[in-house]
Design a protein around this ligand. Structure first.
Ligand code: NAD
Length: 473
């Protein structure tokens, strides 16, 4: 197999690699150095891709599931066969350590092989002597997969697997911050899928809005911020596009007094600091029972000190905007004189490149502080205290976000009682916040509309049609 060429990047349109007259560069978050030239798609490029996707759809929708599944298996195998090259690319553009980027490539393989093997349901909802009514699911057409910058390969892989295995075609739009591995993923896909089935366009801020208003696109699968999600939903209304919106979160983690701190703290540490807090389902607020608060804080702080910047899951922040946003939040905590258990801000040394931010832990900031109310998307977390179960549930739910939540509790009855009252699309009980390709993943409240993955996620890439068959001649 030819080695991955990670020096030149193209739009992938109708089975071909297409150059662009306008280009720009991503930035390596470790070094702040410019990466390779990346294409900026024009409106004509989008037209060409949408037309090719609609032509390909006419044939692709009629292919067998068996055919689609074997293509996905070969595609995923080709990805993982060169995982160190892919991990190197993801590391350089997204700012992940090699170890962490390798994990993203392996998990992408899992999603590309698991999702296409999920069977869609078929419902007989009425059956008497008169009529039999059956509801079946059919692909929509062309999907636009609009992606963020935090997990470029995995989030694109999840959208490609869901859309294409259900008979749709897809055009991937990477974040302008991380165009490289998604363009390469679409390039690799050309070896396994017919032209027009999987395409990708790099672009600037114009491309997303062109896609969301385009009449030739049937659905937008979007992962990104709540603010952009609202704009996409408004734009999609004019053509009544289907939308799946996977948006931001402010995920609480509730720690009960009966837990074994030595077992649970490493798991919470990972939930908080994965990709330096730049994962949508990272724990953003830790609520610890009063009776173990001090011990928890000192053990959690000691464990956080062992993390090394730029290693494991403690990445640099991906871009300057994010770096400044997190810096402003840390500064706000300092100005308000909140108590830092770790990571009180200091001046950044101009001699050290990279968007590195050391982990910060803030003890008992007020519930209405910016740190508790906003999604930091960086390595800073408030540790709050609770005493009354109803009160902590109320505080955990007191947000317009509802993406994920975690409960740590040995007593299974109490764990279930708390979990069932948490307003979040995914609730993890006594396990880290890690989604599964076989289970629906999505946010409630302002964390999203609909969801992806698992059988229910696949249905969001389909229209339901009900057939009423008369039993009388
Ligand atoms: P973002 O909303 O700024 O950008 C996401 C994508 O939308 C990019 O590709 C961007 O170019 C595009 N875009 C921007 N404006 C657009 C418009 N008007 N129309 C169409 N497309 C447009 O998000 P981000 O900063 O890249 O990602 C971070 C956010 O994503 C965080 O809030 C995080 O919680 C969220 N996120 C959510 C999930 C989830 O599954 N729920 C997963 C990862 C990230």
């Amino acid at each position: 197999m030819a080695s991955l060429n990670s020096e030149t990047f193209h739009n992938v349109i109708n089975g071909a690699l297409k150059g662009a007259s306008k280009q720009y560069h991503g930035i390596n978050p470790f070094t702040e150095e410019r990466l390779w030239p990346a294409p900026v798609a024009t409106e004509e490029d989008l037209e060409e891709a949408v037309e090719a996707a609609n032509v390909a759809f006419k044939t692709w929708k009629n292919t067998t599931l068996e055919d689609r599944r074997s293509r996905f298996q070969a595609f995923a195998n080709a990805l993982v066969a060169q995982k160190s090259e892919w991990a190197d690319l993801v590391s350089k553009e997204a700012g992940q350590s090699i170890e962490f980027a390798t994990d993203e490539v392996e998990v992408s393989h899992e999603y590309l092989t698991t999702i296409p093997n999920i069977d869609l349901p078929e419902y007989v909802t009425h059956d008497d002597e008169d009529v039999k009514a059956t509801t079946k699911y059919y692909p929509l057409g062309v999907v636009a997969g609009i992606c963020p910058w935090n997990f470029p390969v995995l989030l694109a892989a999840g959208k490609i697997a869901s859309a294409v295995s259900t008979g749709n075609t897809i055009i991937i739009k990477p974040s302008p911050y991380t165009p490289y591995s998604e363009l390469k993923l679409a390039e690799l896909a050309q070896q396994f899928f017919p032209p027009g089935v999987i395409q990708a366009l790099g672009g600037d801020d114009n491309l997303g809005p062109w896609m969301t208003k385009h009449p030739g696109i049937a659905k937008i699968s979007f992962t990104g911020s709540t603010a952009t999600g609202k704009r996409i939903m408004a734009a999609a209304a004019s053509t009544l596009k289907r939308v799946t919106l996977e948006l931001g979160g402010n995920d609480p983690s509730i720690v009960c007094p009966d837990i074994d701190l030595d077992i649970v703290i490493p798991k919470i540490l990972e939930d908080v600091f994965t990709h330096s807090g730049q994962s949508c389902i990272d724990t953003k607020r830790i609520y610890v029972h009063k009776s173990i608060y001090d011990t928890f804080l000192s053990k959690f702080t000691a464990a956080s000190k062992s993390l090394k910047l730029g290693h494991g899951y403690l990445s640099p922040l991906q871009n300057k905007m994010q770096y400044e946003k997190v810096a402003s939040l840390r500064k706000d905590c300092q100005d308000q004189k909140y108590q830092f258990a770790l990571g009180e801000p200091q001046e950044k040394s101009s001699s050290s490149p990279g968007y590195f931010v050391p982990p910060a832990i803030v003890s008992r900031p007020p519930e209405n502080s910016r740190l508790v109310q906003e999604e930091p998307f960086g390595p800073i977390v408030p540790v709050l205290e609770w005493d009354d179960e109803d009160d902590v549930i109320r505080r955990a739910n007191d947000t317009d976000q509802g993406l994920g939540a975690t409960v740590w509790c040995r007593d299974p009855e109490r764990a279930e009682r708390i979990a069932s009252q948490l307003e979040a699309g995914s609730v993890w009980v006594n396990r880290g916040a890690i989604p599964l390709p076989t289970a629906l993943f999505g946010g409630i409240k302002q964390s999203g509309i609909g969801g992806e993955w698992g059988p229910l996620g696949l249905l969001s890439y389909c229209d339901a049609r009900t057939f009423h068959f008369s039993k009388r001649p």
